[in-house]
Design a protein around this ligand. Sequence first.
Ligand code: 3H9
Length: 707
Amino acid sequence: MTDTPLVRLERHSDVGVIIVNNPPVNALSPGVPEGIIACLNEGLADPAIKSMVLIGDGRSFIAGADIRNFGKPRPPVPPGSRSHDLLDLSTKPIVAAIHGYALGGGLENAMACNYRIAKRSAKVGLPEVLIGILPGGGGTQRLPRLIGPKAALDLIVSGRHVPAAEALTLGIIDAIVEDDQDLKQAAIAYARKVADTRPLPQVSSRTDKLEAAKSDPGMFDAKRREIARRARNQKAPYNCILAVEASTQLPFAEGLQRERDLFNELENTTEARALRYAFFGEREANKVPGLDASVPVREIASAAVVGAGTMGGGIAMSFADFGIPVRILEATQEALDRGMQRIRDNYATSVKRGSLAQDEMERRLARITPVMSYDQLADADAVVEAIFEQMEPKKAVFAKLDAVMKPGALMLSNTSALNIDEIASATNRPQDVAGAHFFSPANVMKLLEVVKGAKTSPDTMASTMAMGRKIGKISVGCGNCDGFLANRSRAPFNSEMVIMLEEGALPEQIDKVMVDFGYPMGPFAVGDLAGLDIGAEGRKRRAAADPNYRKLPIADRLVEMGRFGQKTGAGWYRYEKGDRTPHPDPVVAQLIADMGRELGVAQHSFTEEEILRRLLFSSVNEACKILEEGIAYRSSDIDIMWLHGFGFPRYRGGLMFWADQIGPKAVYDQISVWHQRYGNRWAPSPYLRRLAESGTSFRDAKPGRAG
Ligand code: 3H9
């Protein structure tokens, strides 16, 4: 018997069923490929077994290689002896039976089988590029043979998950099993049906689909051009293209070797390490210290939103998009109508773009009920306040909600900066109050910052985190302070970009550095998109609260001039009517030069590195203060917020991962120099100093004063 706890062979008379059992997702951890090979050999050696099935226990087929093992030394596996090589050589037919996910190495093993069947709800894909590598188990050579190089290129370079129905059309799978049918029984029946088929269909020996590449030799260069902007600074997408290209040029065995070489170039790049870190950081963010599985999570089956502005509307759409009925409240009929119209327009745009079907739009809209009285919100399981960012009106809303909401309702504020404890003080149930900070546009952006007030109960926190996940968000928890984790860590960046203008930099120069770094847009262009008047409000509030607050006179002057950004046709840039392209504006250049003189600031020229570091180090320093205060639970939470809230390039891991590549000591030394030169705003955080002295990375540092 070759059974191990990870893989076992079951005999169903003449069919051998190889079952992988490595919860939670049947990753190919050490022992799993070996177990598959052992069971395969046992099945081949047993004359009673005529055909075989490869299937997964639990919720998935096989979700791929065990990502935790990348970047660590592994014993070399000689060519030709991996599980996919041996499945490929089987003399008895093997049927891969897929449910849940067949991803990466999972699909690669399935493609080495002779047949593939999948449940209708299953998904398949080769998502390796999303963790900075390429399919290294034959996927780049088998998929082009199975579905043609062009379709394979599309799947491997995007890494997208393909639903079973599309997989059938493409030819990745041979049949679909309906979800109410028993997959194992269906696979056994299939295996019995094909038991005598010879020659066995073998993907590796197919060449018919490769012909397509001969008639379209330009497809690889076209793909390189297509991804040029999106994949800038990255290597994995280009190696994926080279590997698929090799499948059209080399015999199968040589193609496998080329795939291996291209894979080896990637495994330890900073890009791959950053993407693996982001993958695990997203899952780690779910875990709030002190909240374990014993904390009860309240079921959110209905929701309410107060305020039908841009944020409120987007939040209502987030609930409706995930099947949760939601009421949305406004004070006047006119505001309510305007809000509902904006929601309708947003959905209509998606329909026009082809990303949403008309009937689905109608279903989602039907889940959103406009109301004008607080009583109509009373029975919702969760309510999110999303009115404008001022304390007193927010407290008034919470007092009204306190009077009507049913006991146990989650009472959430979408504030991006205001004190949750003060908001909660307007109610008699501060234990039910938490921050639920959505990012704009709320129905699109994945981040939900969940803020714990002093009195927020563990189950309110756990339930709000779970609510976020239920509506497709990445929930990240944090403590309460002005700006919380996201906006507080970002604020110094926002100041520094304008302060550099006082010293002679131009918005377009700074934007270019950040776009080259990997941001989709430069920070000044983003400011114009969001509206410059919003930042001006926040600055007024901070200046009133803090006498040492560093003012930003250039930004304030711009707002005084009525330049609010795209919506007024001018901001940091000028805009042609009906066009969102930012054009550098001589009026702004003149304003910057005049203000620099007026303020008496010495002018100098900037290197790209100085711009990048001035912006990001200022935020790293603030993030260290946040970690020291225990507002952030771990440094990777800051990174996940920057990835999903601020467009930080994922392949750089996030603010703190990026800073770790430079090293806390080098960051500290530079900040100390700027502290001398620019004064207090650059005072280095003691936490950062301790890391620099002890040689501890941000990643390994513990939050809190001991960090
Ligand atoms: C590859 O295959 C390379 C090959 O070409 C061969 C090269 C030689 N490894 O996401 P969830 C953990 S590269 C290790 O919350 P869901 C995850 O961390 C791989 N761990 O569930 C979490 O742990 P915890 C290509 C993994 O239902 C738990 O499982 N494959 C792996 O929302 C549950 O995960 C991929 O890139 C893994 N491969 O989503 C697929 N996968 O509970 C990566 C998951 O401790 N995985 N875990 O936090 C996914 O995309 C999603 O996990 C999946 C399920 C869609 C499968």
